[in-house]
Write a protein that binds this ligand. Structure first.
Ligand code: SAM
Length: 246
């Protein structure tokens, strides 16, 4: 982590997570540089147990969907009370993790990281009553085109992506500037010692010491990989869409 005081923010970036499974946190957020950054006060994590806001003695949080169908729905009264206990300011976006949300991108991650923090609502069962999503003007975010059992892992993905961009979290040696998505392309292949591994050699150009050639080779690799794996990104890149992938 950087020791440079200029890199340090004054107020910690704050993540509040509403969940039925607070024991799932900090989870992976405790590990490595992300956990270290929390310990050094760069960011803070708070969990709120949605079940604490149940209005009956059975601590019920769900009921069957209106109109019938499978599964259960998170009750709006319980969810709204839980949300209102946390949303005391307008400085942080209130995000509902859901597969039908807008896909999370590195650009949105950068925006979230540059703000005061975020409030994440983790769904369970079939999801959350629509009236809370509308009434609390929740931003719906998906971490990909697949369905998880709950929003907890999705919230951890989003928070980890943000925290690693906070000033002072990545050291100089781990700069985020050359990573996938930063210039609208996927990353070039990486190699390290030994020079030969299982009959495969490090490409000669990377050992040449010729920085211009290395840069050209990496750019070409990035372009070829992006073209082959992400035609959507490649088209956006060629069109000069701000050199962003979303
Ligand atoms: N019935 C929902 C649907 O068809 O869109 C899926 C509900 S899923 C079983 C339960 C919860 O997991 C969701 O409310 C959401 O919070 C979370 N979840 C599942 N997949 C997710 C994804 N790809 N991105 C973000 N959250 C997800």
């Amino acid at each position: 982590m950087s020791e440079n005081p200029k890199d340090m923010r004054r107020e910690p970036w704050r993540a509040s997570v509403l969940t039925l499974f607070p024991d799932a946190f900090p989870g992976v957020l405790e590990a490595s540089i992300i956990g270290g950054a929390e310990k050094s006060g760069i960011w803070q994590l708070e969990t709120v147990d949605i079940r604490d806001f149940s209005v009956n003695r059975h601590r019920t949080v769900d009921s069957p969907p209106a109109g019938g169908g499978p599964g259960m729905v998170l009750k709006p009264d319980v969810a709204a009370k839980a949300i209102d206990s946390v949303v005391t300011d307008t400085g942080r976006p209130l995000i509902y993790l859901t597969p039908r949300g807008k896909p999370l991108t590195q650009q949105r991650v950068r925006e979230l990281a540059s703000g005061e923090g975020l409030i994440a609502f983790c769904g369970r069962f079939e999801g959350l009553d629509e009236r809370v999503i509308e009434g609390r003007q929740m931003e719906e975010v998906s971490i990909g085109d697949f369905v998880l059992a709950g929003g907890e892992v999705a919230a951890q993905v989003m928070i980890e992506a943000c925290v690693r961009l906070l000033p002072g979290v990545l050291g100089d040696a781990q700069s985020a500037s050359e990573e996938s998505f930063e210039d609208g392309l996927l990353e070039y292949p990486l190699y390290t010692k030994p020079r030969e591994f299982e009959g495969r050699a490090i490409p000669e150009v990377l050992l040449s010491g010729d920085h211009k050639k290395i840069e050209q080779w990496r750019r070409q690799q990035s372009e070829d990989i992006t073209k082959a794996r992400r035609p959507d990104m490649w088209t956006a890149y060629k069109n000069g869409d701000d050199h962003e992938c979303d």
